[in-house]
Design a protein around this ligand. Structure first.
Ligand SMILES: [Zn+2]
Length: 258
């Protein structure tokens, strides 16, 4: 469930008096709300008397702008800063159909991402599943993907912070901001770099014949060089096929320069 982080809410606790509270993320205790009784209106923002740990069963509703104004509530209470970075109130990744059900149940922006140094067949280093806290959307152009329904639009490129250090990878470390794509057919979002995203616009990738995955590890020109090492340096490979990027899939993707 998506909690309304950064919003004032009314929490019903029948038969007791409802609580007016601000929803925030406590890094240790999970989604929470801090506030007080209606009758404490003057202090509930500055000196909250109640803290509620939220669950999908918590009966809450967001206050309207008029209700917030009437109660003279600030847009953000001053105590919020002591709880560190907060989830973005506007977080479209939480409703991305390819990511549904994959976020950490307590930390709604944390997701396991397939992080890598490039194509495992080229690097001889496998991808690793790492936790990433998604922070924002990158401005992503439409990327052409052919599928059963003809040309599809691409999905978002997200930017997030790598929360744990990979064991063997060398291109990224804990704390780095990395980009990721939500990919149909893949069990986890895929880490991508700017070279890949730039080149991706010039290539049509026919999704894997087994799992439907429509993205790869390496920029297509790098993939082509690996597959045709004897091609003259000034030649441009126009099309080729590749084993699917999805670990353990074994299907085939087809790439064609547009
Ligand atoms: Zn596949």
């Amino acid at each position: 469930m998506a909690f309304p982080f950064g919003r004032w809410v009314m929490i019903e606790r029948l038969p007791e008096e409802p609580i007016v509270a601000f929803v925030y993320l406590d890094q240790h205790a999970g989604p929470s709300a801090k506030g007080g009784l209606e009758s404490e209106s003057r202090q509930l923002a500055t000196m909250p008397s109640r803290t509620v740990r939220l669950s999908p069963q918590t009966n809450l509703r967001e206050l309207t702008d008029d209700e917030i104004t009437a109660r003279k509530l600030p847009s953000q209470p001053s105590w919020l800063t002591s709880f560190g970075p907060q989830p973005t109130a506007n977080a479209p990744w939480r409703t991305d159909p390819h990511l549904a059900g994959k976020f950490h149940p307590q930390f709604p922006d944390d997701i396991q991402v397939l992080v890598h140094d490039g194509d495992p067949r080229r690097m001889r280093r496998g991808p690793e599943l790492c936790w990433v806290r998604v922070q924002r959307i990158d401005r992503a152009p439409t990327r052409p993907v052919t599928g059963a329904h003809g040309l599809e639009k691409s999905h978002f490129v997200y930017v997030g912070e790598l929360l744990n250090g990979p064991h063997t990878l060398e291109s990224v470390k804990k704390g780095d901001r990395i980009k990721l794509l939500s990919v149909a057919g893949m069990p986890h979002p895929l880490h991508v770099n700017d070279d890949y995203l730039r080149e991706r616009l010039e290539w049509q990738i026919t999704p894997c014949d087994k799992c439907g995955a429509s993205e790869c590890f390496d920029p297509p020109s790098v993939m082509a060089r690996v597959r045709f090492p004897d091609a003259p340096a000034d030649s441009e490979i126009q099309a080729f096929t590749s084993f699917c990027a999805n670990p353990n899939c074994g299907g085939v993707q087809a790439l064609k320069r547009l």
